[in-house]
Design a protein around this ligand. Structure first.
Ligand code: S3P
Length: 451
């Protein structure tokens, strides 16, 4: 489905630039930021969040938690302070909860609301209103919640939580941390044990952070690679200090740019290295990338490291479908890097890419082809064949309200023969505020005009 650019749409062009150099830090992790706000809103006492991503998506979650009765304030020093309502203590919002572009915000919130006995209405932008919600409403209805939405189970949707939620044991039909988290969050205000089985492990920020707030969350890894997560309901969560690591999904853009712009050498500091998020970095190393992970440490309970990246020759690889959950948001930028590698890069098992902020599989395939890249889609696989030289470029791409599509094509333009444009720079603010300034500081040449 195509969506018109936002009312504030501003075109941005990117053209071939000199070698990138610099020492940077990218903004905070989006997944961790959403969860920090939600759990802080449920905890007793004060939660202080350092390094919160102040992107549009996360600000929507902050606003929603306020509408649900929590105290959420930004201090002048950039930290965020929450005073929560206690598990089960959220209150009926007086108005619609507008989650903007945020699939994570919307789906996790639906989980929270499922076990609170009042009705709330959720909506979002044209992208979010087109995304499937049945994946969360199906298990949450089994717990007792009621959902009234548009056809196909889409937003706007009224969620009526139940006063008497029942715990469920649910096996995820798709590898989705959002679905897992929605069920666990509903399970917080549910007596008894809520269990989620995931055939392939997905990002575990919910489990790690809930435990840190004081919940009893048990995780069992099975011999067949599946994982079983069990939450004991109605814990008392206690406010805490959270340090949000830099987002590895955002770091992917300057890292990719440094790998393809000739002569580049950059350092990206403090990047989250949760092993369920780092599939891209594994893949890039298999492609021969000069990528050093150094200064590995633990900050605020999450592993982080500094990344040193140098441009050099890359070769095509086959990315196994099992790796998809650990790099699901990174396929758009990987497909750009693959366009500069020698030979075929086959990205297997990308069905989930079709239901992100846009149909990323089609948008990347079509956009890359328009830019002169040899690319094809076979079923759910994306295959990019690079020649080891710069593709032509020279296109203005409609990003369809998708931040990662926008950033990916701007990175492509940084090393292609002709400038590449995007129709809506403002979309990038959902996950990476300050992207243009940061990239320009490294050497990127972005401007409002073509050429
Ligand atoms: C997220 C999970 C992923 C990812 C999204 C953030 C999360 O979505 O694409 O950007 O924070 O749980 P799915 O759960 O749909 O795979």
């Amino acid at each position: 489905m195509s969506h018109p650019a936002s009312a504030t749409a501003k075109a941005l062009w990117s053209k071939a630039c000199p070698p990138l150099s610099g020492d940077i830090r990218v903004p905070g992790d989006k997944s961790v930021s959403h969860r920090a706000l939600m759990f802080g809103a449920l905890a007793i006492g004060e939660t202080v969040v350092e390094g919160l991503l102040e992107g549009e998506d996360v600000l929507r979650t902050a606003a929603a938690m306020k509408q649900l009765g929590a105290s959420v304030e930004r201090r002048d020093d950039g930290t965020w302070v929450l005073h929560g309502r206690g598990v089960g203590g959220l209150t009926e919002p007086a108005d619609v909860l507008d989650m903007g572009n945020a699939g994570t915000g919307a789906r996790l919130l639906m989980g929270l609301l499922a076990s609170h006995p009042f009705t709330a209405v959720l909506t979002g932008d044209a992208s979010l209103r087109s995304r499937p919600m049945a994946r969360v409403t199906t298990p949450l209805a089994q717990m007792g919640a009621t959902f009234t939405g548009r056809s196909g189970g889409r937003l706007p949707m009224a969620v009526t939580g139940t006063e008497t939620p029942v715990p469920i044991s649910y096996t995820l039909p798709v590898a989705s941390a959002q679905v897992k988290s929605a069920i666990l969050l509903a399970g917080l205000n549910t007596p008894g044990e809520t269990t989620v089985t995931e055939p392939e492990p997905t990002r575990d920020h919910t489990e790690l952070m809930l435990r840190a707030f004081g919940a009893d969350v048990r995780v069992q890894d099975r011999a067949d690679g599946s994982r079983v997560i069990t939450l004991t309901g109605q814990p008392e969560l206690t406010g805490r200090h959270i340090v949000v690591p830099s987002d590895p999904s955002s770091a992917a853009f300057p890292v990719a740019a440094a790998l393809i712009v000739p002569g580049s050498h950059i350092t990206v500091r403090g990047v989250g290295m949760n092993p369920l998020r780092t599939g891209l970095y594994t893949t890039l190393r298999e492609m021969g990338a000069d990528l050093t992970v150094t200064n590995e440490r633990v900050e605020g309970g999450e592993p982080v490291a500094d990344l040193i990246v140098k441009q050099g020759p890359l070769k095509g690889v086959s990315v196994p479908a099992e790796r998809a959950p650990s790099m699901i948001d990174e396929y758009p930028i990987l497909s750009v890097v693959a366009a500069f590698a020698s030979g075929e890069t086959r990205m297997n098992g990308l069905a989930e890419l079709r239901v992100k902020e846009s149909d990323r599989l089609s948008l990347m395939a079509n956009g890359l082809a328009a830019c002169g890249v040899t690319v094809r889609v076979e079923g759910d696989d994306l295959i990019v064949t690079g020649t080891g030289t710069a593709p032509k470029g020279g296109q203005n791409i409609a990003v369809n309200l998708d931040h990662r599509i926008g950033m990916s094509f701007l990175v492509l333009g940084m090393a292609s023969q002709e400038a590449v444009g995007i129709d809506d720079e403002s979309a990038i603010g959902t996950s990476f505020p300050g992207f243009s300034a940061l990239m320009t500081g490294l050497g990127a040449r972005f401007s409002g005009m073509e050429g």
